[in-house]
Design a protein around this ligand. Structure first.
Ligand code: SF4
Length: 340
């Protein structure tokens, strides 16, 4: 199979990049390892800041794919660059693809919360992650029919944590915690909700307003302090120990549920591909841009582009905008190569 462009990854970044490159009448092949397009938003119920259904965004992205050839359930097992400005990629299905450019839209993964053993994820039934909560929202289950008495959100799980070798902020989890806390408060108005945070990072437009609304309208309480330990009592309730770093007092609180805000880490599954192409990765495992200010979607290898969260945590609007700029860069590159 031949194409001008091979896009690796069928999440928002990959779909938007493929759509926009197709608009230039280029022949685009998009591969996605899962059997469905969407990546992480496929598992998400509603999106911050204004609660748009994630499925609406996903459907819009899918409908825009135009002439893109989509191969689901396919992933690369090898790739090499030939001297004639072409790449040869082999897929798990046995398919061989010859293309002029490659776009890594390989995204990110959520930190596996069980690695923070002191938080008891996987051991205690009522300790769940942000992603688990979205799955429950999607199914319409929430946290059960009965109103919980108290719920706690633990920020920075797997982020800003030297012990697990990830110093970086994941950027999206403070606002996600606030969105989810408000959704729970709407479901269970009498429930007390606490957010345990180190710093609150409200990056985007309207995010600060949502934080204020969470406090003033919904009465969500924010406690500055890192949680040191989570355990379970005999009745299945969850005990959280933390230090309130504003009052310098230790704190112990019994909760019905704990939501761990699992952070964003690099998708290491593709390391063998980046090695085959000699792409540069940062210490954090994300792909390096050749120039982090003016050429954010270009890599150290000519003809290989990168887009979306494959270079680090990004919001969905940032991902979509970057995908459009990647499409322009790819088209310019193809014009240059094909016109000699
Ligand atoms: S966005 Fe908030 S919760 Fe996420 S890593 Fe940064 S400070 Fe922690």
């Amino acid at each position: 199979m031949e194409g001008d462009v091979l896009v690796i990854g069928g999440g928002p970044a990959g779909m938007e990049t493929a759509s926009r490159i197709s608009d230039f009448n280029r022949n685009v092949i998009l591969i996605e390892k899962e059997r469905e397009l969407g990546g992480h938003i496929l598992k998400w119920d509603r999106l911050f800041p204004d609660g748009v259904p994630a499925s609406d965004v996903n459907n819009n992205l899918k409908e825009s794919l135009g002439t893109t050839k989509v191969l689901l359930g396919n992933y690369l097992i090898s790739i090499e660059k030939r001297e004639d400005y072409h790449f040869i990629a082999q897929l798990n299905s046995g398919e061989i693809i010859k293309c002029s450019t490659v776009v890594f839209a390989t995204g990110f993964k959520l930190f596996p919360a069980q690695k923070k053993q002191e938080y008891g994820y996987g051991l205690y039934e009522r300790v769940i992650t942000n992603a688990d909560l979205e799955t429950r929202f999607k199914k319409g289950d929430g946290l059960g029919k009965e109103s919980p008495k108290r719920i706690g959100f633990v920020h920075c799980v797997g982020s800003r944590d030297e012990k697990i070798c990830n110093k970086q902020c994941s950027k999206l989890c403070c606002i996600t915690a606030i969105k989810q806390a408000i959704e729970l408060k709407q479901l269970y108005p009498d429930t007390e909700i606490y957010c345990f945070y180190m710093d609150l990072r409200m990056y985007g437009r309207g995010y600060e307003d949502l934080y204020l609304e969470a406090q003033l309208k919904y009465g969500i309480r924010f406690i500055r302090g890192r949680v040191s330990e989570i355990s379970q009592d005999q009745s299945g309730l969850v005990i959280v120990k933390a230090e309130d770093t504003l009052s310098s007092r230790p704190l112990k609180i019994t909760l019905d549920w704990v939501i761990l805000m699992a952070g964003i880490i690099s998708e290491r599954e593709n390391d063998f591909l980046t090695q085959q192409l000699s792409l540069q990765l940062g210490e954090d495992g994300f792909i390096n841009s050749v120039d982090p200010i003016q050429k954010t979607n270009q890599t150290n290898i000519s003809g290989v582009f990168v887009t979306g969260s494959a270079t680090g945590p990004k919001t969905l609007p940032e991902v979509i905008n970057e995908a459009r700029s990647t499409a322009l860069s790819v088209n310019e590159y193809l014009n240059r190569v094909k016109n000699g």
